[in-house]
Design a protein around this ligand. Sequence first.
Ligand SMILES: [Zn+2]
Length: 335
Amino acid sequence: MLSYKEIGLVNTNGMFARAVKGGYAVPAFNFNTMEQMQAIIMAAVETKSPVIMQVSKGARNYANATILRYMAEGAVAYAKELGCEHPEIALHLDHGDSFEICKSCIDMGFSSVMFDGSHLPIEENIAITKQVVEYAHQHDVSVEAELGVLAGVEDEVSAAESHYTKPEEVIFFTSQSGCDSLAISIGTSHGAYKFTPEQCTRDPKTGLLVPPPLAFDILHEIEEKLPGFPIVLHGSSSVPQEEVETINKFGGKLPDAIGIPEEQLREAAKSAVCKINIDSDSRLAMTAAIRKTLGENPGYFDPRQYLKPARDAMKNLYVHKIVNVLGSNGKLAQC
Ligand SMILES: [Zn+2]
């Protein structure tokens, strides 16, 4: 048993309380590789932002949970080396699917866990979330739960269609389960194909597809029922069309990849939404940079030659999200 506090991580309670009050959201970036981790930390330090580094089931299968845990410890040391004396970095389990996986992550030094029982009947979702909360709170670890189903595919999490969170269930769910934050479904979804072209309209000026708007009415209803309670949005990548174009130009094939417009996320960040998950945009930035670099330099074979531009592209993306979309820049408790 290792406490996250021993390795300099923080839980999400303090950062969320300030974010709800301050009208901004904390970024939650998924990571699988050293380059992603470095880019996240460089961006967080440069912008003086709190940050959540999150680990999905796919990341644990790819990189190994122990290695990712040590990378998070390295991330704290790296942030300090870059000049940030008091970094606020949470290590979060994304979409934990059992009590056992949540417990094992808490025991190895995670500061926050999500139990995702959104596909279960509400009573079962409450029962397991509560079990996770009881264990997590003994160790001062924060717990995210989910109510409502997001469409899309993300690693091993997938659903054919979304079911919006029912505002009439949120008070019962949060009070019974004791969770610290709640992920809701209001029209965001996982992956780079958030909507089919048929679900979208076409902007006559740009010719680009415009997805249906998020259900802000449901968000506001939930905010009224749970004043000040931290709300989380999953599946909130914007799928920048210039990255998709670069990928397709250099041999990729991502037809009609569509995300959530940034102005809608900006609006959500000003509400009780205090954690916004972004994964696909980082994957797209990395892939676009690697394809472009290799396409323009066919003689390259040293991974550093294409991973460095990929890391730079991800760092620029993270800075952009923090400063221009979430507004968490300059929001460290102590600089
Ligand atoms: Zn998710």
